[in-house]
Structure formats: C-alpha cells, structure tokens
Design a protein around this ligand. Sequence first.
Ligand code: HEM
Length: 82
Amino acid sequence: MKAGKNKKGPSLFGVVGRQGASIADFSYSDALKQAGLSWTPEQLDAYIAHPKKVVAGGKMKYDGLDDAAARADLIAYLASIH
Ligand code: HEM
C-alpha cells in the first residue's frame, strides 16, 4: 500500500480513481494495458470479483473474492489510502 512500492502486484496506493496500468515502473500484462480501464469503485468491484473475466489474459494470480460485502469493505479501505 506504500506509494511507489510495487511487490508482486503494482502499488495500490491511491488506486481508486487511477487509470489502469498507469504505474510507470511496473511491468503490466499487455491485456491490462490494452483494457483501458479506470479504477472506479464499480470497476474495481468487478475486477476483484473475477480478475480473469474483466481482464482476460491478465497476470494477476488471484481467483477472485465472491463475498460482495467483503469486496465493499476492501474497496472502502482502498479508497481511504491516498
Ligand atoms: C484482494 C486482493 C487484491 C486486490 C484488491 C488487487 C488489486 C489489484 C488492482 C486494482 C490491480 C490493477 C492495478 C493497476 O492498474 O495499476 C492489480 C494488478 C495486479 N495484481 Fe492484484 N490485487 C489483489 C491480489 C493480488 C495477488 C494475491 C497477487 C499475486 C500474488 C496480485 C498480483 C497482481 C499483478 C501481477 C497485477 C498486474 C496484472 C496485469 O498486469 O495484468 N494481486 N491488482
């Protein structure tokens, strides 16, 4: 969650409202780069629920979170990190 600190995934600092694939020093998949996403709460909800459905060919190794209330809590948390 630290600004500028990528790990297996890109830093999620300030991700709510950010353009997809916009961290300059992170090596994104071509699929995510070409998806042209903007991380609105709605788009994040869909991605976290089923990453591979939203970005087929993306490289996030996460099967998805089925629990809608848990996703809402997670997105509220992400929105608080700026
Ligand atoms: C609930 C947990 C997770 C959330 C909320 C989450 C969220 C995100 C978001 C919003 C992006 C796109 C960021 C951007 O466009 O800059 C992303 C990308 C990515 N995440 Fe996750 N992530 C989670 C779990 C994981 C896990 C467990 C891994 C791997 C161990 C992972 C690895 C990646 C990778 C590699 C990408 C780049 C995908 C690509 O280029 O196609 N993430 N993640």
